[in-house]
Ligand binder design. Structure first.
Ligand SMILES: NC(=O)c1ccc[n+]([C@@H]2O[C@H](COP(=O)([O-])OP(=O)(O)OC[C@H]3O[C@@H](n4cnc5c(N)ncnc54)[C@H](OP(=O)(O)O)[C@@H]3O)[C@@H](O)[C@H]2O)c1
Length: 247
């Protein structure tokens, strides 16, 4: 993965920042998008010190579809090439509010699913032409089964999983890898209000799993690993029992 040229959508996300640090130490060139320019500049300066061959930032609001279109081309031009896309941006709408406020429900679907899909398609076209590249998106264990407390979020992440599955099949003979990352609970600004417990992981830990999976060309990972087994059980609970559970 030395000398990789990487576009990160949501470059200021806590998980993405840790991934970017690992990639920078391998000499990657990075194109980071985000809403907070000052924060992106700070991250970029740090990544240069850590060994990134180049870091470019682009302030980008993901609900601005017109601005999102062409981001892959802009990254490719700025870095003189592009071989990896990582989608890390996401929102976690509070379920009760998302149920009551259509705008919030729509924003969750946009940021967690439809905007990532548009950008994935744009990068897929480019990588398909080149016959190489890697598409990486951060989904969630919440996408494995709808729960009363977060089904708006889970539905978007589940849709992203189906989309990536199809994309992976389409690109499998074109030299393009497609990785879906499914984290469990990660201690980041997104979950700052949550009570933490033994199942929680740090963004550093999750980033290590992500970069290892990228290097190995994996298709789907749970991170940390124990979520694979937790979700296997949760997915197999019969619906009549599942509807009675509260967790
Ligand atoms: N933390 C967890 O427990 C957990 C678990 C499973 C999956 N994930 C997923 O992991 C990914 C990274 O999340 P994180 O935990 O690292 O949280 P985070 O630090 O809060 O990162 C979320 C990022 O999404 C960006 N974003 C949100 N709405 C945006 C918009 N309209 N336009 C542009 N950027 C926008 C945020 O930008 P701003 O900085 O400008 O707000 C932020 O950088 C997300 O896809 C999340 O769903 C997280």
């Amino acid at each position: 993965m030395r000398g990789q040229q990487v576009l990160i959508l949501g470059g200021a996300s806590a998980i993405a920042e840790q991934v970017a640090r690992l990639l920078a130490s391998r000499g990657a060139a990075l194109y980071l998008t985000g809403r907070d320019q000052a924060r992106l500049e700070k991250i970029a300066a740090d990544l240069r010190v850590r060994g990134a061959s180049r870091v470019v930032i682009e302030p980008l609001e993901l609900t601005d579809i017109a601005a999102v279109g062409g981001v892959v081309g802009r990254a490719q031009e700025s870095l003189d090439g592009l071989d990896t896309l990582l989608i890390a941006a996401g929102v976690l709408p509070e379920q009760e509010r998302a149920s009551a406020e259509p705008a919030l429900l729509r924003e969750g679907l946009e940021i967690n699913a439809s905007v990532p899909m548009l950008v994935l398609e744009e990068a897929a076209r480019l990588f398909e032409q080149k016959g190489r590249g890697q598409l990486v998106a951060i989904g969630s264990v919440a996408g494995d089964r709808g729960r009363a407390t977060n089904y708006a979020y889970g539905a978007a992440k589940g849709a992203l999983e189906i989309f990536l599955s199809g994309l992976r099949q389409r690109l499998s003979r074109r030299g393009v890898k497609v990785l879906l990352v499914k984290p469990g609970f990660v201690d980041t600004p997104m979950t700052v209000e949550f009570k933490k417990g033994p199942l929680w992981a740090s963004p550093e830990r999750v980033a290590q799993d992500i970069v290892r999976a990228m290097e190995r060309g994996r298709a789907v990972i749970y991170t940390p690993w124990w979520w694979r087994w937790i979700m296997l059980i949760i997915r197999h609970i019969p619906e009549p029992i599942f509807v009675r559970l509260r967790f």
